[in-house]
Each structure stands twice: as C-alpha cells, then as structure tokens.
Design a protein around this ligand. Structure first.
Ligand SMILES: [Zn+2]
Length: 333
C-alpha cells in the first residue's frame, strides 16, 4: 500500500514530467472542485510531505493522498479517449498497486489518523461513530503470497477511478483512486499540513523533534506512535509492522518499552530512503519476497522458522483505533 516512499516517488516523477509546462486540460472530479479551472497556468513543480503529494500550479496546490489504492499515472496526450480511458498506460507512479479486485470508493478517509488497514481488511466499520466514510469494504484482502506483488498495472483505468486529469502538451497526469484530492491556495499549505511531524524523507528531518513528540506519550503502543503522522510523517502499517520485526519488538510494546526511539526513527528513514526509488518495496533485500512478517501470517519466519502470527492491537490512536499486525513470536519480544 502507498506509504511515504510512494508519495515521494510520485512527486518526483510528476515534477520531472510537468514542471515549467502549461496546463491545457484541468479536471478535478471531486464535487468541491469540479468547476476549478487552471488552464493556462504554469506548473511550478511537485513535492511530497509524508504521505501527501503536492502539485503546484500557478498560485494553487493540487493536494492528493493515496489512501489504500491511489496512484498518479503519466500518459502521452494522444492515448486518451473521450471517456478519459487511456490505452497502453505505463505503470502507476506508486508502482505499488496491489491486484485488488474492487476499485476504491475514493471517499476521503482522514489520512493522518494513520492508514486504515485493519478496518478495510475486515470490510466493516466497528461502529458508526468510529467509521470514516469510504474506509470500509473497498479493499479486498489479498492473499499473503500476493500481498507484495506490485507489478505494473494492466488494463485501462475505468473512468470512475480517475479523480484528476492534468494535461499539458507533452504529458497528461491522471490521479487514480485518490483517497483525497483537494485544491488549495499554495499560501495555505501550511495551514493544512502544519500538524505533520518531521518528514522522514526530507533531506535533514528533525528526528529529535519526532522523538520528543513520540516520547510525550510513553504508554502508547510504539506502532500507533509511529503511525501517527502528527509525530512523524511518512510511515504506514507495512513499514511499522516490518520495523517491529527488525527491532525485535512485539507490536504491542509501548513507547516506554520500545528502547531507543531515535534508533526506531533512523531505521524508518533508512528503509524509506532505500525503497523510494524502487518499484518493488523490500525490507529483506529480496525484490520478489520483500517482507519479513507483513502479510505472512501462517508462514514460517524467514529467520527462525516459527509460524508468523497476526492479530489486531490497540494503536493508541484516539484511544480506540485497532490495527492489524503480524509478528514472529520467537524473534519479537
Ligand atoms: Zn522468527
């Protein structure tokens, strides 16, 4: 699923393809911005903040968040038809589109409450008060062996999956299955994203500040603390699950029990940096089998052979959010 590395890579490719070009086609297929029109404006470039992608056009920013299934895709201008279908499209810029059966509903999902894997996997919200629209039921559970298969997308995106079309004379960017797609005055970016903690993929993230924020809640599970984008930006459930294995800690460990928080953050940054240019995310070094524990419940641990366990635990987010995780009962304590 898309995490900070996916957003970074999407912004990198969008910026490289679109910067300094003039917008010739502009459609945001979301009700709030359906009439927005930035044709004729110059594209300044693109940037990522945590799991958010920012495409700056004129005085405005197209803000997107991938949620569970989103991606940006670049296509040549000649390969679209009237319905917005695109032939022969290259792989999506996330490169991480799992082969899920159902298209995302595309509703907004409150991205910074940490991504919502467990609820989507169960396919039902626990209660109306906890439910966020669109979070439930959209992503079918992939088989564990297929979880990390992120090959190029095949087929055309159906028109209803396209949330944004930003066309230039040279290339068209399609926002597909975006969980969030907004248009902001660029001057307001900070108002929308100022709550984010230090971004692990910036050149010199303030890891001390991230550690300070995490350590402010010592009784919270380390998983929830790392997933909370207000503490540190860029990590999702796949990263945090793998980080727990690499640190030898059960996902239920609290911040106080988790050891040196600076080492957790440095590990997260190392993994994100190592993966941000890769199409296939890996934590093991093996591009075809990249997970130690994520999505491997019931399979033998690659290190010790014990059977990987899985379950949900309290992430500590707002006191109620439950998370799916998996772990080796022997390697993690
Ligand atoms: Zn093990």
């Amino acid at each position: 699923m898309p995490e900070g590395d996916s957003a970074w890579r999407a912004a990198h490719h969008l910026g490289r393809a679109l910067a300094d070009r003039t917008v010739e086609r502009f459609e945001l297929r979301v009700p709030a911005h359906a009439t927005a029109d930035l044709r004729g404006e110059r594209i300044a470039g693109a940037d990522a903040r945590g799991k958010h992608v920012l495409l700056r056009i004129g005085r405005f920013t197209v803000h997107s968040h991938f949620g569970m299934d989103g991606s940006w895709r670049l296509v040549p201008p000649g390969e679209q038809d009237a319905a917005g279908r695109v032939a022969g499209a290259p792989p999506p810029l996330t490169g991480r589109t799992a082969q899920r059966g159902a298209a995302s509903s595309g509703s907004q999902t409150g991205p910074d409450a940490a991504d919502n894997t467990s609820r989507a996997r169960r396919g039902a919200a626990r209660s109306a008060s906890q439910a966020r629209p669109g979070a439930a039921g959209s992503a079918s559970r992939a088989r564990p062996s297929a979880r990390l298969q992120r090959g190029p997308s095949t087929g055309w995106p159906a028109a209803h999956r396209i949330r944004a079309i930003i066309g230039t004379d040279a290339v068209i960017a399609l926002g597909i299955d975006l969980a969030v797609c907004d248009l902001w005055p660029t001057a307001d970016e900070h108002r929308h994203l100022g709550h984010l903690g230090p971004d692990l993929l910036t050149d010199a993230p303030d890891l001390d500040e991230a550690a300070r924020r995490i350590l402010a809640e010592p009784d919270r599970p380390i998983t929830g603390a790392l997933l909370d984008q207000r503490n540190v930006a860029g990590l999702g459930n796949e990263y945090v699950t793998e980080m727990c294995f690499l640190r030898g800690a059960l996902p239920s460990r609290t911040v106080a029990e988790a050891g040196d928080i600076g080492e957790w953050l440095a590990l997260g940054r190392r993994l994100l940096l190592a993966n941000r240019d890769r199409v296939e995310r890996t934590f093991t070094g093996d591009l075809h089998d990249g997970a130690w524990v994520f999505g491997r419940e019931g399979l033998p641990c690659k290190r010790c052979g014990a059977i990987i366990e899985a379950g949900e635990h309290d992430s500590g987010y707002r006191g109620a959010e439950r998370r799916d995780s998996s772990w080796c009962p022997h390697c993690q304590r």
